[in-house]
Design a protein around this ligand. Sequence first.
Ligand code: 13P
Length: 248
Amino acid sequence: MRKKIVAGNWKMNLAYNEAKELVNSLNQYQYPNQNITKILFPPQLYIQQLMNINSQFLIGSQNVSQYNNGAYTGEVSATMLTSINCNYVLIGHSERRHYFNETDEILIEKVKLALQNNLNIIYCIGEDLIQRQNETYLKHLSNQISYLYNNINKTDCYKISIAYEPIWAIGTGLTASPNQAEEVHAFLRNEITKLTSIEIAENTSIIYGGSCNAQNAKSLFECANIDGGLIGGASLKTEDFYKIINSL
Ligand code: 13P
């Protein structure tokens, strides 16, 4: 059975007091479905302190360096994350690809170091609006996912979940319809089957991100190949995020 995951990607938002308050208020709720892995990705600066709060949420890192250690000012390594028991990391988010020029080649270096350090990875992929409109999106997604699976060992695949985040839906209020999202998730599972094995594909969580909110989460999560969500804006609002988690 594959893991169900709802994760909040806070991006570069919230001062420390607001961050603590958000964790505390999310914690006041009861989450009936204990089988959902609930993760928060706060700014790196807060990771350790938020991990110290006795909470129902795992805390992960929005980023990790492609290097192991050394003279890389401002970077945080996979070894460092493991050393504070931070076990989840986002790799390949479209904002990192776009604003920080992270290519597939750089991302695979990050993946390899994260795996060596036993981190769980949520690997993000997604097409832009032009690729969606000119119908090259499946080819693009196939290239992104092939590059990942062609460069890792099959034995490591169980540490990886995929987030499908269409760039045109991120922060825009435009969501992929359940049909559009399910088409891609089913396609990706089939691609993973071809690249690895049916067993690995069936056990890989593929979650959706892109303007997922309290209103549309349920219809997305009902789709057979959607195993949860990676939530941006709506994860900053306690009640909305709580509702999204309970939609799964
Ligand atoms: P929004 O939910 O704000 O569209 O962001 C999605 C996202 O980028 C999560 O990583």
